[in-house]
Design a protein around this ligand. Structure first.
Ligand code: PLP
Length: 365
């Protein structure tokens, strides 16, 4: 495999997404030191733009973690949970299950609210289990099944209580409505490579005042040194050395986030909706149908489609890959049952999906 002359590739997976051209250009900037004043100036802009993207209060602390979305998940539990805490986790897919496992590893007593795969978690089931809970954790858009969970309604249940709300915004923030302040979310994270079409490797987080107060009241130090909120604030607020941040990924992320805000959240939401409807209409005659039955529970950014009867899932995807088109199948229980078509960031464009349709019509005869 040559390390030069990359070929064109049609990337329709639910992450990573094709890089935004402005992110590509920014990646090629000459390297600067992680303590360089120009890098700190870029970081300040990233923090301000993240407040806009997440819809936070004006002074909410935002930052990039040096890692992928899973590190965003892990940092929330590492900093905000202590041994013996009761944590209620909504589990209706692989990423909810990952949250439950992480919370447990950080000493939480985990209660789980489940829903069948392909269905959203029910708000009344969450309400029924809230007594004595220090944190509720929920995946907004469950990538493994293409389900949108009712985050605003769950947040509403927690109004006026001391219970923190952690939200996995990996497939939503930057492309779907997200109102951290209005809803009352305490900790949110995503991955750069999802809705923003930046390279993987940084995880944007937003931490509410309430969450910082919970962190400040810890009885024990955060067990994960790398993402200790205090260390994060050393670098992002006090401009002190903590670790060598991936500077070129900061450049690319900064450019991609700016491009998203320039396009505008409303326009991006419409782009996803329109693309999703067009793809469903185009694939229906080939026998694909929505996997998530209730329309209101469909995650617009990850289109989960049930495969036609007798469809050779692995064979067709391998044939598409030979034509430089990447499509993702199901995960865990949905493997062989569905495709998950990515509509995040630059994937939600007509040209790559036209290429998929042309190839499918050819392959399926
Ligand atoms: N949460 C959700 C909803 C995801 O879709 C993913 C990745 O696909 C993750 C968490 C983990 O992110 P990463 O793979 O960037 O670590």
């Amino acid at each position: 495999m040559s390390d030069s002359a990359p070929t064109e590739h049609v990337l329709l997976t639910p992450g990573p997404t094709p890089l935004h051209p402005r992110a590509v250009a920014a990646l090629l900037r000459p390297m600067l030191g992680h303590m360089d004043p120009e890098v700190f100036a870029i970081n300040d802009e990233i923090q301000a733009d993240l407040r806009t993207m997440y819809g936070t209060a004006p002074d909410t602390f935002t930052a990039l973690l040096s890692g992928t979305g899973s590190l965003g998940m892990e940092a929330g539990f590492a900093n905000l949970v202590e041994s013996g805490d009761e944590v209620l986790v909504c589990v209706n897919g692989s990423f909810g299950a990952r949250m439950a496992e992480m919370a447990e590893r950080y000493g939480a007593r985990v209660r789980v609210v489940t829903a069948p795969h392909g269905q959203a978690v029910r708000v009344e089931d969450v309400a029924a289990q809230l007594s004595g809970v220090q944190m509720v954790a929920v995946v907004h858009g469950e990538t493994s099944t293409g389900v949108l969970n009712p985050v605003p309604e769950i947040a509403q249940l927690l109004r006026g209580t001391d219970t923190l709300l952690t939200v996995d915004a990996v497939t939503t923030a930057g492309m779907q409505p997200f109102d951290m302040q209005g809803w009352g979310v305490d900790y949110a994270y995503t991955g750069a490579q999802k809705c923003l079409s930046a390279p993987p490797g940084v995880a944007p987080v937003a931490i509410s005042e309430r969450a910082l107060a919970r962190f400040a009241a810890r009885r024990t130090p955060t067990p994960l040194w790398y993402c200790d909120f205090e260390g994060l604030r050393d670098y992002w607020s006090r401009r002190a050395y903590h670790h060598t941040v991936p500077v070129n990924l900061h450049f690319a992320f900064h450019a991609a986030l700016r491009a998203a805000l320039d396009e505008g959240m409303t326009v991006r939401q419409r782009r996803v909706r329109e693309m999703g409807a067009a793809i469903q209409t185009a694939l229906a005659p080939l026998g694909f149908s929505p996997y998530v039955q209730r329309e209101a529970e469909r995650l617009p950014t990850v289109l989960a489609l049930r495969l036609p009867e007798g469809f050779d899932d692995a064979g067709i995807r391998a044939a598409l890959r030979r034509r430089e088109i990447s499509v993702t199948g199901g995960l865990g229980p949905t493997a062989g049952l569905i495709w998950r078509l990515g509509l995040m960031g630059e994937a939600a464009r007509p040209a790559p999906y036209r290429a998929l349709m042309t190839a499918l019509e050819d392959l399926l005869g």
